[in-house]
Design a protein around this ligand. Structure first.
Ligand code: C5P
Length: 237
């Protein structure tokens, strides 16, 4: 059975815990996500420890944002780690996004549009006026025009973004909570089934899996629900 289109966010305090979670979930999910905390604490070697002998894809969530030359160098520096996905901030602009895309041809560059932690008042204070959905749509079109093959957006925006960028761009959504799960600090959430139905390709899920008594069983349960959704809609995983 193919693993489900889930990226488990390994937001662990230490490497042993992250590697343990990875070993439990990799039979069921396509991808694990390594963020800044683990990467900065343990360095690039964290990738090999997490990947182990499994074929799981690594989503390196470094959210790069700098001048194009610096981002190009940073992207080249992680090439040997063979991440399947690397994030950059769309706000770095088209030249920066293109630099990352050109530096890492074997990796999907995913542009983070507007951080879901920002309110419309925050956006106005940093000079982005109007509804956040408009900003997400503009930034998505710009990032794709610059060569980004993937976008990170909230599940509430995924249908709008899909309509804007068409079928060929990978849409990645955090803020996923199975029905009945606690929302914790996520505000704009959707169930895994809803996010897929709205057009997401890869669901970032952290605590509903890693905080479960049995993370492997939690991942298997969500993966099974997604397979049913995909079978109903005739989409291939
Ligand atoms: O535990 P939870 O499912 O909320 O984890 C979601 C993951 O997605 C975390 O690693 C978080 O940093 C990340 N993320 C997010 N919202 C964004 C971008 C990334 O929650 N807009």
């Amino acid at each position: 059975m193919r693993p489900a289109p889930i990226a488990v966010a390994l937001d662990a305090p230490d490497l042993e815990t992250a590697a343990h979670w990875a070993s439990l979930v990799t039979p069921h999910v396509s991808t694990v996500k390594i963020g800044l905390e683990l990467y900065l604490r343990y360095g690039p070697e964290v990738i090999a420890s997490i990947r182990g002998a499994s074929g799981v894809q690594v989503f390196l969530d470094l959210k790069l944002h700098d001048i194009p030359n610096t981002v190009e160098g940073a992207a080249r520096a992680v090439a040997r780690l063979r991440p399947a996905i690397l994030t950059v901030h769309a706000g770095g602009g088209p030249a920066m996004i293109s630099a990352a895309v050109e530096a890492l041809p074997a990796t999907q560059i995913a542009a983070v549009t507007v951080l879901t932690s920002l309110s419309e008042a925050d956006l106005e204070r940093i000079g982005i006026a109007g509804p956040s959905e408009d900003a997400v749509r503009r930034m998505s079109a710009m990032a794709v025009g610059a060569g980004a093959q993937a976008l990170v957006c909230s599940p509430r925006e995924v249908a709008t973004v899909r309509a804007e960028v068409g079928p060929d761009i990978t849409l990645i959504t955090p803020g996923i909570r199975p029905a009945g799960a606690e929302s914790q600090d996520q505000a704009r959430i959707a169930t895994p089934e809803q996010a897929l139905a709205d057009g997401a390709d890869l669901l970032v899920i952290g605590r509903p899996i890693t905080g479960a008594a049995d993370p492997g069983a939690a991942a298997a349960g969500i993966a099974a629900a997604l397979r049913r959704t995909l079978a109903d809609s005739d989409r291939a995983v």
